[in-house]
Design a protein around this ligand. Structure first.
Ligand code: DAT
Ligand code: MG
Length: 140
């Protein structure tokens, strides 16, 4: 298995409830290293650009509104098979379907307010990391 990097976002529902540390502990316990991290507040336009792939979906406007409603913590996670491993730690999109011990099972409020984002493939990970970070900001 290769060492990979993936883009993670701790979403507004989680930053509002002061869950950044609890979520980061889950990543670290799973062997994912936080090699870049910053807390930012997205505009609705920036959220819209990040989630452009979903622009035809019925929940797009609500998603962009939510993602710009409070600060987020954007981060680069690094480790063995990091993209798939992070998706495992996150759990299913809908917390009602998420496995025990996953972030979404423990912390998500709903399918929309589901605490974390994680890239889903090597190509999206590269593009999403570049959306938020310069190479200088990533320290492995
Ligand atoms: P994931 O975040 O697990 O990769 P996704 O890429 O399909 O899921 O969707 C992106 C986000 O959009 C998701 O985290 C929350 C929101 N979303 C997805 N499906 C939704 C739905 N049916 N209703 C409301 N929001 C939804
Ligand atoms: Mg997705």
């Amino acid at each position: 298995m290769a060492i990979e990097r993936t883009l993670s976002i701790i979403k507004p529902d989680a930053t509002r409830r002061n869950l950044t540390g609890a979520i980061n502990a889950k990543f670290e316990a799973a062997g994912l290293r936080i090699v870049a991290q910053k807390r930012i507040k997205l505009t609705k336009e920036q959220a819209g650009k990040f989630y452009e792939v979903h622009k035809e979906r019925p929940f797009y406007d609500e998603l962009c509104e939510f993602m710009s409603s409070a600060p987020v913590v954007v981060q680069v996670l690094e480790g063995e098979n990091a993209i798939a491993r992070n998706r495992e730690v996150m759990g299913a999109t809908n917390p009602a379907e998420a496995a025990e011990g996953t972030i979404r099972k423990e912390f998500a409020l709903s399918i929309g307010e589901n605490s974390v984002h994680g890239s889903d493939a090597p190509e999206t990970a590269a593009a999403e990391i570049a959306f938020f970070f310069s190479q200088l900001e990533i320290v492995g």
